[in-house]
Design a protein around this ligand. Sequence first.
Ligand SMILES: [Zn+2]
Length: 606
Amino acid sequence: MLIAYRNPRREWGRLQLVGAAMAAGFLALGAELWRKQVAHGAQYRDSLARQSIRRIRQPALRGRIYDRRGEPLADNRPSYDLALYLEELRRPGRWSNTLARVESTLAEVERRIGVPRGISPDDLRNHVRRRLPLPLIAWRDLDAGALARWAEQASGLPGVELHAQPARVYPAGAAAAHVVGYVGRAEVAADPEEPFDFDLPEIAGRAGIERRYDALLRGEPGGRLVRVDASGFRHADLGGRPPRPGDDLMLTLDLRIQRAVERIFTGKSGAAVVLDARNGEVLALFSAPAFDPNELVPSIAPERWRALSEHPEHPLFNRATGGAYPPGSTFKPIVALAAQRAGVSPRTTFVCGGAIELGGHTFNCWERAGHGPLALTDALRTSCNVYFYRVALQVGPEPILRAAAELGLGRRSGVDLDAESPGFLPSEAWKRRTLRESWRDGDTCNLAIGQGALNVTPLQMAVVAAALANGGRAVQPRLLRATRSYGAAEFELARPEPARDLGWPAAALAPIREGMREAVMAENGTGRRARAAGVEAAGKTGTAEFGPREARRKRGWMIAFAPYDAPRYAIALVVDDALSGGLTAAPLVKEVLEALFAPPGEGARG
Ligand SMILES: [Zn+2]
């Protein structure tokens, strides 16, 4: 056609149109065939065998995961693989003829691209026996050099083709590892309604958000029909039903805060949680040491896995939700609340002489010289143990344990992550049942300073900090902020669970908040090292021993909220091998506050 010479571009457009129409017709045909074959699966199964049509399950593209500002946390990148098409390498006569051709092709590609094949003789045998109509992936994830050599020297080889497949990648690396989690090879369950003869490799969430929201992320698999010949080689593609890609997720997490917390924990073991104190959105949740989830996909070398799982500091373990530890003195605000509800005035003073004697045992204050007479606010500022022994002995353990339970201690918070620990709240009944001993005053003293059998997670303490910040509402911590289904332009906000009003009297909360403010802002406050320039914050430090007694290792705690007048952030932080909460945890909380209140463009906030 003359016009083709005068305007090749237009002609190309026309050809494309024709091509598209043909493809659409083919797709419609395929879909119809698919409907007939699959919708009436059982009825057609017998005839299917005779027709030599095989169904192949095709996984959908996995949804992506973003932080609250749209930074990618889990994404898909193309993995360039080389596949062999055995039907094109087929040789007449004995099987060994075809296998020899396959072997020589593999060797030829190896020679030209300079990369050894990624399959063993067993893989080849299994493929021939069980997956003959499918392409055989013989090289995975070629690098740029190998791809270039392929294009220049090997792309003309018959029976070999380049395939792009999606591979999971975690752009934030270790920073968000314990939240986002990772994927692994999926076990595809057989579906009697929709039987498949073959399935293509599919991935499933193994930990974190990837696991929790696997059903949303995974989408709907599609299927292809191929006709095979009498020997089982692929003869023709008959089309099918396309997969439906998974939903994209937007988390409440702020990657900039998360990265700041990661930096703060360099070389340390511990965890930190930052919540929006108003609504329970998890802005940061970090456990140290962390791991790089990119090492685990698509699979991890066994020796590397052993190194990670046998590491003495357990990098795969999420301390923020799974680590249950005695809270130490960060528990004292709860004791203070319970005491006031039981009728103790915040103005009542107790005298600290450095220790109390109880049934032949000495219960010390951390200040051996004694604090002298103290009211509630002073006792919180200085973290005096004797004040809290006295007040707890006066009201008894029941009101304290009730207040702790109302705040969510002793049960899972229900955050949308896996592997959450409920922690542990002891009780008189528990002690009788398991230790066959009655509850003693010494147990009450231990409880008063957050020691003994009591165990809490950093996440639970962040919820406690949020309730102290927001005027007594227990927020539901959550990570899923919004979802976007395939084809939708906008994210749709997830519906948060409303916070529970705990019905605390404002008069009881005020002196506790004031004591926590002084703990950070006053010169003799135990949390003064958490003070960040320009930020009025409130907090409570804590220290608890862990590990073998003779090792005398200490865990430092701090809970905090800020700004004091209109609290927006609630923080819980724990760090192993601390000198104390005030000396080791508080300076780390200061750095978290600096990240949270950094001017736009200088780090955390924008
Ligand atoms: Zn004291």
